[in-house]
Design a protein around this ligand. Structure first.
Ligand SMILES: [Zn+2]
Length: 111
C-alpha cells in the first residue's frame, strides 16, 4: 500500500519541481486493516532509494464509524467487529469513515 503512496508523492514532487520531500501526511482508516506500527516500520524501506528518501511519515489514524439509523448518530466501531452499531446493535452497512488510505499533504522544498 505504501508503494502507491510513494508513487503519488513522487509524481506531485516532480510536478511541483521539488528538490526534496520533508514529510508526508497519510490518513488511514481502521477498516483498511492497516496497523500503525507496521506502516511506520515499513516506511523507511518503502522510501529507500526513492525521491522521498529521508522524508518523515505523519500518520493520522481514523477510527471507523457507521451511521446508525436507530441512534440517529455516527458511532465509532471497533475494527474487528462487523458493521453494527456498538451502542444498540443495529446492523449498519453505512460506513461513514474508516476506509481511507490517502495522502493528505506532502511538505516539500521547492526552489
Ligand atoms: Zn445505534
Amino acid at each position: 500500500m505504501l508503494h502507491s503512496v510513494v508513487q503519488t508523492v513522487e509524481l506531485a514532487a516532480n510536478t511541483a519541481g521539488a528538490t526534496r520531500v520533508e514529510a508526508v501526511g497519510l490518513r488511514v482508516g481502521t477498516q483498511t486493516g492497516a496497523i500503525p506500527e507496521a506502516l511506520e516500520a515499513a516506511w523507511p524501506l518503502a522510501i529507500a532509494g526513492t525521491f522521498l528518501d529521508g522524508a518523515r511519515l505523519d500518520l493520522e489514524f481514523l477510527q471507523a464509524a457507521v451511521w446508525c439509523p436507530t441512534c440517529n448518530a455516527e458511532q465509532d466501531i471497533d475494527e474487528f467487529y462487523a458493521l453494527t452499531c456498538p451502542v444498540c446493535g443495529t446492523p449498519s452497512g453505512n460506513l461513514v469513515r474508516g476506509r481511507e488510505f490517502e495522502v493528505t499533504y506532502a511538505d516539500m522544498d521547492v526552489q
